[in-house]
Design a protein around this ligand. Structure first.
Ligand code: UD1
Length: 459
């Protein structure tokens, strides 16, 4: 009975208001015809979660910075607009960005942009370190949780900044004539990726030594450190729990290539698994995918490392249940929880999924259940009873990774799925449908203006 209530609560979690927000008539949808068998090789883009803080880090530099392998995504455009509003000049040439922040002069990031992209808040560290003052709006919560910024704020205060939050704006400044942050010992209560990045960037230009303990160990943190090191920063230990930064007065220009996107790579491995297909992904850093590879192996799949930067997944007729528990890196990534749950929904037996990083990241469950999955949710814990097959349905993605999960489910489901939520997908997956089409999936983007009878007003 209590379980039934939990299911009903979950089913109610996508409200009519959500649906109206998600379905303006001028939006595109995806039509996906399944089940698909995929085949071939896919090129993995640069990591979104490296690219965004890397763009913020260029604000630290007194030279022109070239960033390569920047994926063409809506989030990257928004971050570009934030940097421009602050006074940086940006040129884009395909996946290469040239950012010139020599004349950085405006310490205030516009609310309209920060509201759209939480990661743009991370720019507060570089702006403050460079200008001695920063005004960045609180980004607010999002579909997956409240997402406070208290760890960023406390860390900046430990570095000597005065920080006041008024009218939704974080006002930070460095008092005194030197206008430099002061090195400090900072212990993070939780290994937040964003807080580690904000504080690491801010302390590159601080006076003295900063030690960040209980730091996030994500590969994107290490990548950001490598970028800052290439700009002249002294950073040791990034990628471990303790990062030591010895401040320098200035950072210079750089030409830097960011790492491949491990979340996109994981999504394609799961696409291979759920469609019972053989696909190869490259470039990847296999070490960054250890937790995901290990769980795919528990399900019964074989992953082969053909070269140092390429992985191949082999089909398996029998998929077995397994349990996942999201954790900070090197644990199982929260960003692949929803896509992996889509796979578990067709694995025989009972799997358990526990989300420990974000408090509201189960909203894909009700939509997966509409496609025939059998998943019960209680709080942040889901029990997935494997079903032999999924069936197509009209579905709505509520955030980026939930959307990816539904697309994967649709590839395996029988019939035509109509997917709404491309505004989420376009934030974080570069050309997902084109890449899937190249692998043989049958899907197409349809303009709702032309076909606005697909979703009647009641959806
Ligand atoms: C980054 C990633 C996101 C990923 C997440 C966790 C980027 C642009 N985004 O987000 O894709 O899902 O890491 O791997 O890199 N928290 C606080 N106070 C803070 C900061 C965070 O309580 O000041 C909490 C959050 O609410 C959340 C948890 O810490 O529950 C983890 O968040 P965090 O690691 O900061 O995620 P992001 O950096 O925002």
């Amino acid at each position: 009975m209590r379980e039934d209530r939990a299911i009903n609560q979950q089913l109610d979690s996508i409200t009519e208001t959500d649906k109206q927000k998600l379905s303006p008539v001028n939006q595109s949808i995806l039509k996906i015809w399944g089940p698909s068998r995929l085949q071939g090789k896919i090129n993995i883009s640069g990591a979104k979660n490296s690219a965004l803080p890397a763009m913020a880090a260029t604000l630290l530099s007194s030279g022109v910075c070239r960033l390569r392998q920047i994926p063409c995504l809506a989030d990257i455009n928004t971050m570009g607009k934030v940097l421009s509003a602050l006074g940086a000049k940006i040129k884009q040439n395909g996946n290469t960005l040239d950012i010139d922040a020599r004349d950085l002069d405006n310490p205030e990031a516009p609310y309209e942009l920060v509201r759209q992209l939480r990661a743009s808040f991370f720019a507060i560290g570089p702006i403050l370190a460079r200008l001695g003052v920063a005004r960045v709006p609180l980004p607010g919560g999002c579909a997956i949780g409240a997402r406070p910024v208290d760890l960023h704020v406390r860390g900046l205060q430990a570095l000597g900044a005065e920080v006041h939050i008024e009218h939704g704006m974080v006002n930070a400044y460095i008092s005194g004539s030197k206008k430099r942050l002061q090195g400090a010992k900072i212990y993070l209560d939780y290994p937040s990726v964003g807080a580690t990045e904000t504080l690491m960037m801010a302390s590159t230009l601080a006076e003295g030594e900063t030690i960040i303990e209980n730091a996030a160990q994500e590969p994107e943190v290490e990548d950001l450190a490598n970028l800052c090191i290439a700009m002249g920063a002294n950073i040791f230990g990034a990628g471990t729990k303790t990062i030591v930064i010895s401040g320098v007065p200035k950072l210079h220009s750089v030409d830097y290539t960011i790492i491949p996107d491990r979340i996109e790579a994981g999504t394609f491995l799961i696409a291979g698994a759920i469609t019972n297909s053989e696909i190869t992904i490259a470039p990847v850093v296999p070490k960054h995918l250890s937790a995901v590879i290990s769980k795919l192996q528990s399900v019964g799949l074989k992953i082969i490392q053909d070269k140092s930067d390429s992985l191949r997944i082999l089909p398996s007729e029998i998929l077995k249940s397994t349990d996942i528990d999201t954790q900070p890196y090197p644990g199982f990534p929260t960003d692949l929880q929803a896509p992996f749950m889509a796979l578990l929904s067709v694995c025989s037996g009972s799997s358990s999924v526990t989300e420990t990083v974000f408090e509201n990241r189960m909203r894909h469950v009700s939509e997966l259940n509409r496609m025939g999955a059998n998943i019960r949710v209680k709080g942040n814990h889901a029990i997935v009873e494997g079903v032999p097959k999924l069936s197509a349905a009209p579905v709505i993605g509520t955030d980026l990774r939930a959307s990816a999960a539904l697309i994967l489910a649709a590839l395996a489901a029988e019939g035509e799925t109509t997917f709404q939520g491309l505004q989420h997908l376009d934030r974080g997956y570069e050309q997902l449908e084109i890449k899937l089409q190249k692998l043989g999936a049958k899907l197409e983007r349809v303009d709702l203006v032309k076909e606005n009878d697909i979703f009647p007003a009641s959806i």
